[in-house]
Design a binder for this molecule. Sequence first.
Ligand code: S3P
Length: 442
Amino acid sequence: MTDQTATPRAFSASVPLKGRIAIPGDKSISHRSLMLSALAIGESRVTGLLEGHDVLATAAAMRAMGATIERQDDGEWRVHGVGVGGLLQPQCALDMGNSGTSTRLLMGLVASHPITATFVGDASLSGRPMGRVIDPLAQMGADISASPGGRLPLMVRGLAPAIPLSYRLPMASAQVKSAVLLAGLNTPGITEVIEPVPTRDHSERMLRGFGAELTVDTDGDGTRHIHIRGEAELKPQSIIVPGDPSSAAFFIVAALVVPGSDVTIANVGLNPTRAGLVDVLKQMGGDIELLNEREVGGEPVADLRVHHSNLKGIEVDPAAAPSMIDEFPILFVAAALAKGRTTTTGLDELRVKESDRLAVMAAGLDAIGVRVEESEDGLVIDGTGGDPLPGGATIAGHLDHRICMSFAIAGLVSKAPVTIDDIAPVATSFPNFEALLVGLQR
Ligand code: S3P
C-alpha cells in the first residue's frame, strides 16, 4: 500500500555548490534551553532556537506543564519558568513526535516532580528503547509503566522528593546522562552520573550557566564523575544557540563531494564533544578551513569554508564515535565517493536511533550502486574515487531525517536521480534544508 500522505522528492546531479549559508540552531542545545528556561523563575530569552518539529514538541510539553513560551516576531523566544519543583500535571498525553531527546530528558524531569505524564510518539519513536532511562529513573523512585519492550506509549508517575542516585552509564548516551541529571535537579542531595565514555556535554554546560551547582571530576582513565546538587534554584538567562554541527554536516560533505564546490557555512558549533566529523573528514583529505573561531553562548563556534576534495578511505577510530554519533549516515556518503575502503566499527548505538541507521544506510547505499558490507557494529564501504554513483533508486527514509538528508546529498553526485520516499521528516531538525541547497546551486 502506498502512503497517500508521503511527499517523495528526487535529487539529481548538481552544478558546483557555491556561496555562504548559515545553518539553524543546534537541536540539542535548543531542547535544553527551553527545558531549563521553563524551570527558572523569571523570564529567559533564547535567540537562534531551532524551530524544527522536535524542539517544538519540547516547547509544547513544557507549556503543558505550566511554562509560558512565546515566539516574538523577530524570532526571539521568551520563556517564563515555573521554578524547579513547580512543574504542573499535564492535562493530556505529551506528544513527542519523532523526538527521542524530548522524550528521554522530559521523562527525567517528570520523574522527580509530584506529577504523572503519559508520553506518546510517532512510529519511529514508538520503536525505540526507553529501558535505558526507565532503569535509573525507577531507582530514583519514579513509577514507570511502559509498553512491551520498554517502549512508548509509557506513563511516568514522579516521586517528590525523589531518591538521589549514583549511576554509571551502561552505554555512551547523552540522553540517559541528561535524564538522570535533570531528575537530580529536583532531588534532595547529590545525584551522580559516572560516564566512562564522554558524550556531548551541553546539559552540564547549561545547568551551570543557569546557576545549578554541578561539578565534573575526571579520573586518570578519562571517566567523568558528574555531580549535581538538587533542589536547585535556576536563574533566568539570555541564550544564543549556535548553529548545529549535525546539520552543517550535510553541507560539509556536499561541498566535499560535488566537483567544483566552494561553500562557507557560518556559525557552526564546534564543541569538542560534537566535532568529530570535521577531524575524520580532514583525515580523509577534506579541505575544511576553520575561520573566525569564537565563542557563542558558552560554546566554541567557527565558520567553515569547504572546497571540493579528492577524499580517500580510512579506518575510522571507534573512539571518535560519540563525538559524531549523528553524523555517520552522511559520513557513509562521503566514504562512497572516496578512493579506497572506509571501515567503521563500534557503532552499535546507530541501531537504536530514529531508524537502524546501519541497516537502512547499507540497504540504501546498495540500492544506488555503492559497494557496502554491513557488520554487526559498522559498515565497510569501497568508494568510487570520485566517480559519480549509479543512483536511480527510491530510498525508504524510515521516518529518519538524517537518512533522508544523507541520500539527498548522494543524489547530487549520482548519474540517475535518487528519490527519497518521503522528505517530510527533514523538518524535525532542519526545516530549511532544501531551500539552503537550492540557494547554493544558483
Ligand atoms: C542527543 C544525544 C544523542 C544524539 C541525539 C541527541 C542529545 O543520543 O544521537 O540526536 O541531545 O542528548 P544518545 O543519547 O542516544 O546517544
